[in-house]
Write a new protein. Sequence first.
Length: 216
Amino acid sequence: MPRPLSDEDLAGFRERLIDAAERLFARRGLEAVTMRQLAAELGVSPMTPYRYFADKDAILAAVRARAFDRHAQALEKAFEAAKGDPVAASRAVGEAYVAFALTHPEAYKLMFDVSQPSEKDYPELVASAERSRRTMTRHVTGLAGAGLIEGDLELIAHMYWAAVHGPLMLQFSGRLGPGYEAHKLIPALVDALDRGLAGGQHSAPQRPTKQSASKS
């Protein structure tokens, strides 16, 4: 008779299963991956994954929730390291965002390039995604407080997000031509936003550098 699994055993296997799922989803695509393949990847019986997750959709939700949490952690760490300097915080958050995406492209694509209709059925995923979104927008409040930008702050935050996210996804999909890689497009787009939003009255806050955006 197999021994009862401890909480540590359960947590450890769950993490290994999520790791395997992230690799397979990125390598083969969501539809091509089965629960049986996930079990084979870990060398366990086909029914073992069902002891931890109801189905593949639940595993995908766990994979994406972990990715959003790790993304948020990276941006939160960068924000806190700026010690209240709004320009430094904005720059650090942007650099951390790009670094995360380029270091973990599989996780990043699963976060943002996946349509999961059942997302609302997984509170952990909803909370993690919202945490990540907050880390990508709160630095804008600091810039506004310093008089560097003005306007609809939620809209502005999404404009900056789009300026960083767009080139990254285009690069991941191989759609950028030679000489127009993300590490060139992102600083140009962000600088244009900085100058436009400042209305020419302030120095543009510097964000992702070419060095931080070229770690691909």
